[in-house]
Design a binder for this molecule. Sequence first.
Ligand code: AGP
Length: 372
Amino acid sequence: SAAEKGGYDYFMLKEIAEQPKAVADTLLGRIDPSGSLTLDEVRISPSELREVDKVVIVACGTAFHAGLIAKYAIEHWTRIPCEVELASEFRYRDPILDGRSLVIAISQSGETMDTLMALRHAREQGSKVLAICNTNGSTIPRESDAVLYTHAGPEVAVASTKAFLTQLVACYLVALYLGQVRGTKWGDEIQAVIKDLSRISEEVERVLETMEPVRALARTLASKNTVLFLGRHVGYPVALEGALKLKELAYMHAEGFAAGELKHGPIALIEEDLPVVVVVPSPRGRSVLHDKIVSNIQEIRARGARTIVIAEEGDEAVVPYADHLIRIPVTPTLLQPLVATVPLQVFACELATARGNEVDQPRNLAKSVTVE
Ligand code: AGP
């Protein structure tokens, strides 16, 4: 009913709007006033966590994209090697696991069969499993050694939005906690990021307030057949997520690429007026990547692409090459996906509406996939 949708036309719109609260709720009570992390629900002891020599993340779909982003954070802040694998592939390739491997299973529903089978396989090999889950008491957390709940609240729309942002928050918390417990050389940076995280829900709110031009742009693209997405570093999984949202909702051919791969093939796809969304890393910090992606935008535009550029406020280098410019707030590099994903959700939702599709119940899809 309309009341259930909180006055929005679709659950997806309501859930997109709820993201600042979902993010704040997922952080609530987990950062203490001194700026350190307390993850009480993670019932794997600090001494066990200090023994971990490998992290393996298993998940499907959007949750898998959260896992891809988590890898950057975990490896950077903890120096523990981290692999991310589609849950549906995992147990069929005889993965190397033992008692020192920490397996993280990410799932909104907690009922995804592929993810469940992957975690069962991991536990059979003696690995500890930590679930990151949005549904209390669901099967995946029940069968795991430990759980960190995301507090997104119920997600009804088939296309995952607020659950994704909270999965990212949970992954950052786990990465920072592991870093804190193991005491890496990034101690100061970890403290600074914990502070940044506690402000991030306001930044998500600011992004939501500026989405009207994104909706207007989406409507002009309703008759297109293909949209490409490019990103680098943590922007690469964001590009994959933008493409997945567009497939699910708009039934358009959408593909995400690592921008560095362009010249290894995908650039052949570029043709006149092809919309290409580019997620630009911050010009601060890893500025080499920023400069490289600016040249990529130049290259594809010279070949006729219509460039839709998502870039940090104050990034002036992209301006001459952006046919459409979507601004996002300045954030630490690793946290950028929390703000960069939001315009892509809005974009896909509006395109679905413009194409007359059923937003909350896309064809052929189920909210949780309980069969293999
Ligand atoms: C996301 O928009 C999708 N509907 C889908 O990829 C989903 O993320 C995937 O099926 C995993 O679901 P889960 O998080 O409930 O395990």
